[in-house]
Design a protein around this ligand. Sequence first.
Ligand SMILES: [Cu+2]
Length: 286
Amino acid sequence: MGLPHPQRLRRFGARVAAAAGLVLLGGCSSADQEQIRRLAMPEEATDRAPMIYDLWVGGWIAAIGVGVAVWGLILYASFRWRRRSDDEVPIQTRYNLPIEILYTVAPIVMIVVFFFFTVRTQDNVLEPVAAQDAHEVTVVGAKWAWTFNYMGEEAVGGQTVHLAGTPADLPTLVLPVGEPVEIQLSSPDVIHSFWVPSFLFKLDVIPGRDQAFSLTPTQSGTFVGRCAELCGWQHTRMLFNVVVTDRATFDEHMRELQDAGQTGALLGGRDAERVSGINEPEAGGE
Ligand SMILES: [Cu+2]
């Protein structure tokens, strides 16, 4: 009778927490579980992505190590010197040189380690491939769409062909699987950012500055791409798709672009300031 026993309350709490955990995990789709297993990273689709994934996992391990040490010290201090019935205040320590040195040096060591691995990974990820061995694609990010220029493609007799998207008609970047490609980034207006989540990589597209990176797609399939830099009012519509496919399909796509008369490189902002589907003249009214 009377109030519930604290032990019974605790047991009840533990059961509620376990049940809630089961319900939460049970509600996860297999895609969610895959993401949890991969620490929120998408599946890797290029030869460079595993390097970034390893850095990510290493960062988590280091962070968990530091977290466990800090939580351990907090818990130890909380229990070891918790308030006792005698109400005596424990010894107060100030200006303890070894401790001061420890908490100055420890964070510096952590930052140096993070910095070392970050720079090493970045250098490996941005390692260029020899130009003659790679397909060359110049990607133009302009308000508010992407243009893909395939520079001097073999399949169309060394001609350059292009595909320009609009916000209403998302462009698709087609790449052959297993073949290196160099992607050059260019912008005629503001800063955008070329981001394909499955490449675990993004790079800013800066007007007047040559930025490039190389990679070899290792997975066939369709991947989403986005602009990852808040570039203006239609930023959210700067989407594109990446299709990684076999060489024959890629060559076929090059010929289709050529047949459609989309030859030469389009490096300007063709649709700058104009947004498909918004404030456009009615169809046929032009
Ligand atoms: Cu943008």
